[in-house]
Structures are given as structure tokens and as C-alpha cells.
Design a protein around this ligand. Sequence first.
Ligand code: ARG
Length: 473
Amino acid sequence: MSNKETATPQTATSSTNRSWGGRFSESTDAFVAAFTASIDFDQRLYKHDIQGSRAHARMLAKANILTAEELAAIIDGLDAIEAEIAAGQIDWRVELEDIHMNIEARLTDRIGIAGKKLHTGRSRNDQVATDIRLWLREQTDGISREIRRLQVALIDLAEREADTILPGFTHLQVAQPITFGHHMLAWFEMLQRDYERLQDCRQRINVLPLGAAALAGTTYPIEREYSAELLGFAYPARNSLDAVSDRDFAIEFNAAAALIMMHLSRFSEELIIWTSAAFDFVRLPDRFCTGSSIMPQKKNPDVPELVRGKSGRVYGNLLTLLTLMKGQPLAYNKDNQEDKEPLFDTVDTLYGSLRAFADMMPHVQPKAENMRKAAMQGFATATDLADYLVNKGLPFRDAHEVVGNAVALGISSGRDLSAMSLAELQQFSDVIDDDVFAVLTLEGSVAARNHTGGTAPQQVLHQVANARALISN
Ligand code: ARG
């Protein structure tokens, strides 16, 4: 329902006789007609509505419910209407409520009596469920492609920066040195789960409601398997009541979308921190940023900030859909008409956010010098010194204390552990030898974490190859 319509209440009654008008003794109030109509937003489904109608007509002809001539007229008519709509030449009529009745009425205008037969053995209830599934299946594939594009960008960046060192954080405090490539592959992993979730959800989207009719099925000898085959659905829904009322697939999709947006929001947050003057770890291309109208020095990371902000609407849409369904008795209820706007918004937001990230990431430039300097500042190799002492026979808890004392000296004298002399270090433990300096370097620290899932440059390159293989299936 658009604001435009709700903002202008009308008292006149609608004069048009609608397709279901037979049992009514007065026309619908004009405001009620506008209030209950969905054509303002469900026109977006026109291609999928026509696609579903073509398949339904073919099935009816195969089952000898329509003649070959009627089928030909319907197919020609639908083709012409699709072209008309694509060219913006159709006048959507609010009194015809929705996309389904608008197209059907237009078909009957064009081809006469055959057009009136298209709806045989079908209801708008199974029709709309079919349309949304066709549409969402297509969107799922498009969104999956954007995820892949972003994953490729991350893999490329990981490979290029396999041995670039930055501080890794816990509690946003410098923890241990890591490689930039390793960090990019952490993002890759999140997206891989997102991709898999969407593929899993797609299996439950890909089921055919047509044939359920209003709720109980139909008396005509329909062939639902044939409709499913024509539309590329895996199989016809097994229960007609469930088929017309189920919106789990939309909720599931939105839940997967919420997780993706949560991930993108976390990536955004890191990019925002990394581009701040205090960190200055990476450079975002100018074309993904904007300036300030008052502060000439500013370059704001608008794209990540907007993506972080947009995650909220996708979470909101998820709650909208869950709430929409929770009180509904079987089978179809008009409430279901409210499923479309949140779902459309989720798809648009998700697609736009992924696209922005996939376009931007190949051009993100890490500033290796700054990241290195930051890693030098936070005693990032303290754990390495502890591990060194354990290797020389100290229990880990004692080693922890020795290193704590060394760090205290570092803080008071303003130096990193690697900048201390051997004699200085030896005053904390006599097992320390001049081989200690190899483990106190940033390079030594990351290279030592050379096992599956570790941050060593060698592992990063190994995982880059694994990631490439994973996404090529
Ligand atoms: N516009 C409706 C929707 O989006 C189509 C189904 C209407 N069915 C009905 N029995 N009124 O859900």
C-alpha cells in the first residue's frame, strides 16, 4: 500500500465490476479497493506471473482442458502483454487489485474468450505462491553470484597480501601479529557459509505450489509434475493446504540474508576502523567515498557505513515476516499479501550491499608500513616469547609471568621486546639465549603458526588454493 493511496481517503464507491463480483450487491468502496490492492508493488512480479501462466496453460492443453488453438491464443496474448509491460505501456488498474487479475483482464481484452479459460483449475492463492517462488529463486541465483564475485576479490587480495603483517586484535587490543591474507580469508569463510545457506534454502524455494488451487486442489485432471517440469521446479508441493499458505522459504531466505548483512556489517566496521586516521591501515578508492561539506580534509567511508546501517532493515524485514505468519490458520489469508514488500526490500538491500562490496574490495589498498608499525607497538610477539620459554622447559604459567615482567620493562622504557638486549631479557629468565630474537620478530611469529587454519604466509597460500577449488564447483 503506497502512502499516496492511503493519504487520500475517498468515499465514492468503485464503479468497476471485478472478476469476482457475481455475489456482491454493491461495489467496493474506492478507499477499500485502494487499501486492499497490491498492484502498486506486486507488478514487480509480472514476468514470473506470465511465466507461471504460460506453464499452466501448456499443462491445461496437455491434459485436454484447453484446445491447441486456445493455448496458442493464450501464449501469443501473454507474449504481447509481457512486451507491453516491459515497454511501460500498460495501465495498471487498482480496481483489479493485483498483478494476477490485471494481466488476466488484459489477456481477455486482447484475445477474448480463451483468456477467460486460463484460470481453469487455478486460484490466485497457488498462483501468487508460484510467482514469489519463481522470482525468489532467480534472485537467490543472482545474489549467490554476487557472493562469489566478492569471494574472488577476497581470495585475490589474500594471495597478493599473503605475507603482509598487521596486528590481530582481541577486545580491539593488539593481540598477535597476523597476515592480511589470513584476515581476508576469514571474511571468505563467512561468505562461504552464507553461500551454502542460500543454496540449501533454494531447495525449499524450488517446489511448485500450482495445482493446490484455492486450498484443496482441483477437480480437473491436471498434471502437476508437468507444470513443475516446465517451470524447473524439483517437484509439486505434496500438500495443497501447505502449498498455498507456506511462506517458510521467504522467512528462511530473509534469515540467510540477515546473516549475510551481519557479516557485511562486520566487514564494514573493520574497514571504517582501518580507514580512520588513528589506524590508517588501508586506503579505499575515492570513488567509494565522499567528502564533507565543511571539513575539507575529510574522506568518509560512506559505502561501508551505509552497508552497516542497512543491515538493520533486513533484520526488521525478518521480524516482519515472522510476525506476519505467526497467527495464521490454514490455509491462505490475505495477510500473506504483506509478504512482498519486506521480501523485495531485503533482496534489494542485500543485492546492493553485496554489489558495492564486490566492486570495492578489488581496489582496497593495504598500507603495509602502517600496519607493521602498529604491530610493533602492542607487544604482539609476547605470546611467542612465552612459547619460546616453554620450549626451553618452563611451565606455561611461569613463562607467562616472565613475559609479563619483560613487557612491563618495555612499557616503562618505551620499547618493543625485540628492541631489548640479550642481557636485559636474561634478567627475567636465564634460559633465554640469543636464538630468542628469531621468535620476537613479526615475520618469525607469523611463520611459526604453520598448521591448518594458522596465519603463516605458507598456510594462506595453501588456503587460497583451497578456496579457489571450493568456489569452482
Ligand atoms: N494479491 C494477493 C497476494 O498477494 C494474491 C492472492 C489473493 N487471493 C485471494 N484469495 N484474495 O497474496
